[in-house]
Design a protein around this ligand. Structure first.
Ligand code: MF3
Ligand code: CO
Ligand code: CO
Length: 279
């Protein structure tokens, strides 16, 4: 049985790890399934319908649907949209767009939450570099996870990498970390303690213990870090400066020796280009 530690974070047992393996795998399978569909001319609404039906046929529930009033089953965040983009039939993807698809399924009562970036047709080199840096930032955060490390260690690894300088079309770029959204504890609840910040100082914050489940989901902006939520729909978060933004997300556990990622792609499609499906 799970128990709650003195900081209010749930510590899970072996059976609960097994349940999360199933939920996480399904969430990753949804992203694998939708990958070949992401092409110029398809609407984000069509992607939502396809994912919704896949999730329901697998015996699961799309967690975003009706979550705090969210109207759709997946989040689709294009270009300057940082996160929580709402799919729509009228939103047709065009060559050169960069898209994040964020999937959360509830399977047997457990949540699997994962997102990846998708290039729509041929994208700019600048956007390819932003996407690569975002994936690398996430993985550097994940690599810090082990018993005795802290949430600050994770945040620092992500921030320190993202705010480094990158060669970018003959110039050097720095990316910025979005601070308005964070990773989160997850399990039978979609969003719970702890908050997993994507910035921080080594040694600060909660100490990690085996049995903790949480997400790491950094958002990197090509420009400034500022975010603004759409006043009409109340969800869509855009960069204030309208620069492009990228995000990847995994759900993972702290284990006795390090970490276990629950949402790895069964097809090995971790980041673009998703070579094996092109053609
Ligand atoms: N999947 C998102 C996350 O990573 C949350 C989406 S909530 C929604 O936490 F309501 F926008 F779907
Ligand atoms: Co999440
Ligand atoms: Co998510």
């Amino acid at each position: 049985m799970a128990h709650i530690n003195r900081h209010g974070i749930t510590i899970h047992d072996a059976a609960e790890f097994e349940a999360m393996r199933r939920a996480g795998k399904l969430a990753a399978e949804v992203l694998d399934f939708i990958t070949p569909c992401v092409k110029p001319g398809i609407s984000t609404g069509a992607l939502d319908t396809l994912c919704h039906d896949f999730i329901v046929k697998a015996g699961a529930i799309p967690a975003p649907l009706h979550y705090r009033g969210f109207p759709k089953s997946i989040c689709t965040s294009v270009n300057e949209v940082i996160c929580h983009g709402i799919p729509g039939e009228a939103h047709i993807l065009k060559e050169g767009d960069i898209l994040n698809i964020d999937i959360t399924v509830i399977l047997g009562g457990w949540h699997g939450d994962t997102s990846r970036m998708f290039p729509v047709g041929k994208i700019s080199r600048k956007d390819e570099l932003l996407i690569d840096a975002t994936w690398e930032a996430m993985m550097r955060g994940i690599c810090m996870v082990k018993p005795g490390a802290t949430l600050g260690d994770i945040g620092h690894a992500i921030q320190n990498y993202a705010e480094n300088t990158f060669p970018n079309e003959g110039k050097y770029a720095k990316y910025s970390i979005v601070t308005d959204f964070c990773g989160h504890g997850i399990g039978t609840v979609f969003h719970t303690a702890p908050n997993v910040l994507h910035y921080g100082k080594p040694g600060r914050g909660e100490v990690l213990e085996p049995g903790m489940f949480f997400t790491i989901e950094p958002m990197l902006n090509a420009g400034k870090p500022g975010a603004k939520i759409d006043t009409v729909d109340g969800w869509t978060a855009r960069t204030k400066d309208r620069s492009n933004s990228a995000q990847f997300e995994h759900t993972l556990a702290v284990t006795e020796t390090g970490y276990e990622i629950f949402t790895l792609s069964p097809k090995g499609w971790f980041k673009p280009p998703y070579k094996e499906m092109i053609g």
